[in-house]
Design a protein around this ligand. Sequence first.
Ligand code: ZN
Ligand code: MN
Length: 481
Amino acid sequence: MNEYKPTIGLEIHIQLDTKTKLFCGCSSQFGEKPNTHICPVCLGLPGALPVLNEKAVEYGIKLGLTLNMKINKESTFYRKNYFYPDLPKGYQITQYTIPIASEGFLEIKTEKGKRKISIQRGHIEEDSGKSIHTGDITESTYSYIDFNRSGVPLMEIVTYPDIETAEEAYHFLVLLRKTVRYLGVSSGDMEKGALRCDVNVSLSKSNTMGTKVEIKNLNSFRSIRKALEYEIKRQTEMLKNGEKTIHETRHFDEKTGATKPMRTKEELNDYRYFPEPDLPPLLLNETFIEDIKNSLPELPVQKEERFIRQYSLSDAYAYEIASSIELADYFESIAKATGKPKEVANFLMGSIMKFLNETEKTISEIDFDEKKFIEFLSLLEKGIISKGIAKEVIVESLKTGKSPKKIVEDKGLIQITDENKIEEIVQQVLKENPEAVSRYLAGKTQVLGFLAGQVMKKTKGKANPQIANKLLTEALNKIKQ
Ligand code: ZN
Ligand code: MN
């Protein structure tokens, strides 16, 4: 038992997926040639004036409402002053005293059950440019700055220190990412920097909070979980040995799985915040907020629960399928078209997912539509193909784009239901496996499975398994007599 209770808080920056930046008309597209999406506003040139992007506001409200937050009808922008080369204005425009959204929660589900994680605030702000450091310390080192990212809209979500385990933090982030993708407000891709997360953790025996340690450089949810686990262990050991933990920022090393102290650019947390004089307060009217509220889609957890109710899916399948909106939409359209949700879920979670994982494709990149699925299920139902062959047909269709029927015809995969043909093969198998036959006759009836397998092997999986089993049993019983 760990007598020290961890307290974890998260600060998440979510890039809002608007076409243009927060205060200018430059494209916010990721991955373009450096410094091609820039203008006087996002370069911070003197005299340039910011104009707020309405779409970013709408997305911020969407996310705020979904996280059960109060949307503030009047919020304000501030200047957060600090010096860094990728921040040409010398300040970041952000929200401070009154953010666009405050006081909410996200309910997560872990192995231990459901828990509401409280959220303190959600504010809109602009991103900085990106510094790229190259070279080696022994040779000349260069730093480059790409301002394409400068001014891209972000929503920063700050939780209360409400999270008690690394696992809860992980579940919170997974659900948050799913949620922003469902809403269509962000790609949530960590590798593209569209979702960035800083964590802070402290340990305490009592209700008074311990000393807070911040961890940065977390590139994946897995790293976050590992960094937290490491940090909880490190701090527990220190406290147990009577040592004191210090307030510091630590860096997570992916390779060693350890956290190390780091120097930060923000040693002094004095940002000299002051109201942004170039932007009026952000005033929202009730109708604007109501309209957004009414446009909110079904959310991941709701969808999952509905799939269980409506299509009798297992908890695990419903969770997996609802984990991505594309997968969920695909499932639902095919389930409706075929009227066979359970079969669709089985093949989707089986052969199709396996194919997607192997080829690193997404569901929207494959061509196995309603028409093909209906045709495929009908081949199976009519007994034209066996269950074993069905997997092969699906994979072949995914690979080539050919229709299931065409594949069955071209490759001669039609199930053999002709009893005479199967009988012939049964006799061959019995002849070739005298030892197995005598074991069966001696009462080891489980040998039947092996013999049936031989029949399937000889027919390349095409024999109808029920008929094969029936004929095998009949033949063996005959020998017995
Ligand atoms: Zn610009
Ligand atoms: Mn921020």
